[in-house]
Design a protein around this ligand. Structure first.
Ligand SMILES: Cc1ncc(COP(=O)(O)O)c(C=O)c1O
Length: 254
């Protein structure tokens, strides 16, 4: 069968080629000044205090769960229609997934009514997915979350640059998670971003995304730091499965 509509088609030209070349010419490929610039421009573009670059969208979701202290014994409500990573990220933290229905054939997003019906005394958080870049009913969902004292994580993997009531998707909840996988609206090949206005979440993610180290390799490379402590069981990618013998990372998050 001839494929007429590609899964994705990246509109890259000489600007991107030049940007990639400049990184290679600087001889520093990992987290450094280019990543920091990307973070600050991303934060400014969505109007949020913190933007933290991570390995991919799944990693952003996982770190959001850890930073919120989710773990064994907790339940998290997740839409029944999404990519598998949304639910996996919750399971990696040790918490249980409770699926809520979507609104229907005309709206693929999570139903606020069904969220309410899934809340139990163990529920700690709701993960919403702005499916295909269409906004979830955030005012209603935030009202439910406030009423039941639940955290809200936005899986905004499909929603770069999307707005609801003039406010960027990803900035409504406690944390917003973006993917830069090759078929996404903004693609770097692999990559992700966690955004938040909460200083406590940003602080935890900053440490957890980098092996639990208190300074970055980049800082030491520049001579801004000479040493580091390891203060948590951190990650640089997804490395903890609920079926592995590794302790849950949430056990190590203060
Ligand atoms: C809704 C949703 N959430 C999370 C992810 C995971 O992103 P990544 O592939 O960058 O880990 C994807 C990726 O396809 C996605 O579609």
């Amino acid at each position: 069968m001839e494929m007429r509509i590609p899964l994705s088609d990246m509109a890259y030209d000489t600007e991107e080629e030049q940007a990639a070349l400049e990184v290679i010419q600087r001889r520093w490929l990992t987290m450094g000044s280019v990543t920091q610039k990307f973070e600050s421009e991303f934060a400014r573009s969505v109007g949020v205090k913190h933007a933290l670059a991570v390995s991919n969208g799944t990693h952003a979701l996982h770190l959001a769960c850890l930073a919120l202290g989710l773990g064994p014994g907790d339940e998290v409500i997740v839409p029944a229609l999404t990519f598998v990573a949304t639910a996996n990220a919750v399971l990696y933290s040790g918490a249980e997934v409770r699926f809520a229905e979507i609104i229907g054939e005309d709206d693929f997003n999570i139903s606020p009514e069904d969220i309410e019906s899934r809340i139990t005394p163990h529920t700690r958080a709701i993960v919403v997915v702005h499916y295909g870049g269409y906004a979830c009913r955030m005012p209603e969902i935030l009202e439910i979350a406030r009423h039941h004292e639940l955290a809200v994580i936005e899986d905004a993997a499909h929603a770069h640059g999307a707005l609801l009531e003039d406010r960027a998707l990803g900035t409504w909840g406690d944390a917003g998670c973006f993917s830069f996988f090759s078929n996404k609206n903004l693609a770097t090949g692999e990559g992700g971003m966690l955004i938040t206005d909460r200083d406590d979440i940003a602080e935890k993610v900053r440490v957890l995304r980098s092996h639990g180290m208190t300074t970055l390799t980049w800082d030491r490379h520049q001579g801004h730091a000479y040493t580091y402590d390891v203060v948590a069981l951190g990650t640089t990618f997804l490395q903890c499965s609920r079926h592995s013998s590794t302790p849950y990372l949430s056990d190590f998050v203060a």
